[in-house]
Design a protein around this ligand. Structure first.
Ligand SMILES: O=C(O)c1ccccc1NCC(=O)[C@H](O)[C@H](O)COP(=O)(O)O
Length: 202
């Protein structure tokens, strides 16, 4: 089956129509230090224009408790957690979690936490949102029974090789579909075309 698509780091209402047009599966809002950081209030205004069937992902990096509470009450579908994740925090979180793993080497995979609330793992580079891929070889024999989300430096040039090698259930892109002005409809269209045609163009 072709992987689903997550487009991360939406900041402007002009970026929404192309996400609706291509029926992107997941859209991510970044609530962490980043050029793509938005407030929960801003993300709600953006979400109001998204198709109802598009799932929304709140992306955080060890957030302060006030922000976490705001997000937990914000009606997002998934919480994507970067950084260290304590057992007591998992207990407190009342929604499905994707744990982000910064992949440097095989040892990085030791950071994977198994918990019923964690329904997926985002394998990303060591600088999330930087557009830099990690060494995919590290995931060569990974076996997980939940969503395998591949992130980090994906674009329309490398996505076919990435799917071939890792067989992710979801692919996650940000920098690779951006230009200077933000998300680029043409880059999104090309990325989506490659993912949706995967298997037909081999
Ligand atoms: O996107 C960010 O700037 C960011 C900042 C801090 C924590 C997480 C962040 N993004 C998380 C994502 O899911 C990105 O889409 C993912 O890292 C892929 O980014 P890219 O390599 O730019 O395609």
């Amino acid at each position: 089956m072709n992987p689903k698509i997550k487009i991360c780091g939406i900041t402007k209402k002009e970026e929404i129509p192309v996400l609706n047009e291509f029926n992107i599966d997941y859209v991510g809002f970044v609530f962490a230090k980043s050029k793509r950081e938005v407030s929960v209030k801003d993300s709600m205004n953006l979400r109001a224009n998204l198709n109802n069937n598009i799932k929304t992902v709140a992306v955080v990096k060890e957030p302060p408790i006030e922000l976490l509470e705001e997000i937990l009450q914000g009606g997002f579908d998934i919480l994507q957690w970067h950084g260290s994740l304590k057992e007591e925090t998992i207990k407190h979180i009342n929604m499905p979690i994707w744990q982000a793993i910064s992949v440097k080497d095989k040892e990085s995979l030791g950071n994977i936490i198994y918990d019923e609330k964690i329904i997926g793992y985002v394998f990303d580079g060591s600088a999330p949102g930087s557009g830099k891929p990690f060494d995919w070889q590290v995931l060569s024999d990974i076996q997980i029974n939940s969503e395998l989300i591949l992130a980090g430096g994906l674009d329309s040039d490398n996505i076919i090789e990435a799917i071939n090698k890792i067989k992710p259930t979801i692919v996650d892109v940000s920098s690779g579909v951006e230009s200077d002005k933000g998300k680029d409809p043409y880059k999104i269209k090309e990325f989506v075309r490659k993912v949706k045609n995967y298997g037909n163009e081999q």
